[in-house]
Design a protein around this ligand. Sequence first.
Ligand code: AMP
Ligand code: ZN
Length: 111
Amino acid sequence: MSDCIFCKIAAGQIPSRKVYEDDDVLAFHDIHPVAPVHFMLIPKRHVDSLAECDDSHRDVLAKIMLLAPKLAREQGLADGFRTVINTGRGGGQEVFHLHVHVIGGNGPRPL
Ligand code: AMP
Ligand code: ZN
C-alpha cells in the first residue's frame, strides 16, 4: 500500500465522506468538489491508473461503471452526470490510485 492516500481512505485510516462501500469498491465525496455533486469511485485493491489495468480488473471496472449511474441517481443527479477518469501525468492525474469522478448538478457543459 505504501503511502497511497486512496488506499488509506479505503482502509479507513484517513476519513472520507462515504457514498457507498462493498468488498471491492468504495465511493466517497471529493474533498474539493467542482460541482454540487462530486464523488469518486475507486477499487479497494490498488492500481495506479486505467493504463495499468489488465484482465484481473475486468470485474471491478464493470462494477464501478454500473454503480456510477445508480449512485449518481441516489445523490440527486436524476438529470444526468459526467464521468471523468484522468489517466497519467499527461491526463492530469494527481492521485495515482485509479478513480472515476462522478460530477453533476451544475447543468450541462461542453466536453
Ligand atoms: P485526479 O487525480 O486529477 O483525478 O484528482 C484527484 C482528486 O482527488 C481531486 O479532485 C482531489 O480533490 C481529490 N482528493 C485528494 N485527496 C482527497 C481526499 N483526502 N478525500 C477526497 N478527495 C480527495
Ligand atoms: Zn492506492
